[in-house]
Ligand binder design. Structure first.
Ligand SMILES: N[C@@H](CCC(=O)N[C@@H](CS)C(=O)NCC(=O)O)C(=O)O
Length: 249
């Protein structure tokens, strides 16, 4: 997004200090409009009309109750705007500071901005660790199963074996996250409030359901985790109001 460059102070008139500007006070006679102060830009997220890579970020906004523009691009609209995107892919996020790409960079930034990334750098690292663990599972499901199950690529001969491998990976990952949550002893994985880690795990479980229909109740802990997430008032409201995804993922 083009930014307006700050002009060099050429005027001899006294400018309000940063503190005065922030407080809306100034001792200058006539307020000089400062071209570098942009009007507040509403955050905007551009993605296909599916959950997948954009859903953790959408959930964070829903849970925080913060408004943003959720711009959903239809498959047929995509070729016309692909070349305009920084890396020719989505999600793309825009805010007053500029543009971000890479789904987890966006989710982490939004989580930090909304106070849902953890309350210390250690908690942030724990959130990140769960995000990466879940992302790796979702990526495996996508590449090794959905590629042929949903996206018309040829079914590999060893598809049964691939499914089994991914199931093992998910089971191991879920046990790891459960052990972390047990050690923390909080209501959710890292904290007593929903954080990015919870949102990502919920998203991964939901994303994997078409391949593994029992995923959301795979272990007693996972079942309790899902129930707790869905009992949260803000999450409940978000889930009830979000648009359906074409593939359910
Ligand atoms: N590493 C990127 C990958 C983004 C990506 O693969 N986006 C896909 C949709 S999930 C896309 O834009 N596909 C359309 C295309 O490549 O033309 C991220 O996590 O954001």
């Amino acid at each position: 997004m083009p930014r307006t460059k700050r002009k060099a102070a050429s005027s001899s008139k006294r400018q309000p200090s940063a503190k005065q500007r922030k407080e809306g006070k100034s001792d200058t006679k006539a307020e000089i409009p400062d071209a570098s102060v942009k009007a507040a830009v509403k955050d905007k997220l551009l993605y296909f009309d599916v959950y997948a890579r954009a859903e953790p970020t959408r959930m964070l906004y829903g849970i925080a109750g913060k408004e943003y523009e959720d711009q959903r691009i239809k498959q047929m609209e995509w070729p016309a705007i692909k070349a305009e995107q920084p890396l020719g892919q989505m999600p793309v996020f825009e805010c007053q500071h500029g543009t971000l790409v890479m789904s987890n960079t966006i989710a982490r930034y939004v989580a930090r901005e909304l106070g849902l990334a953890g309350s210390s750098s250690w908690e942030e690292a724990l959130n990140d660790m769960v995000v990466e663990t879940c992302f790796s599972c979702a990526d495996g499901i996508s590449e090794k199963i959905y590629a042929w199950k949903m996206f018309r690529q040829p079914q590999p001969d060893n598809s049964e074996k691939l499914i089994e491998e991914i199931r093992e990976k998910i089971t191991k990952s879920l046990k790891f996250i459960e052990a972390l949550a047990d050690k923390r002893g909080k209501k959710f994985i890292v904290s007593d409030k929903i954080n990015l880690a919870d949102v990502w795990l919920y998203n991964m479980l939901q994303f994997g359901r078409p391949a593994f229909p029992d995923l959301m109740s795979l272990t007693p802990w996972v079942k309790r985790f899902v129930e707790r997430m869905e009992a949260d008032d803000k999450m409940k409201k978000y889930l009830a109001s979000r648009p359906a995804s074409e593939f359910g993922i």
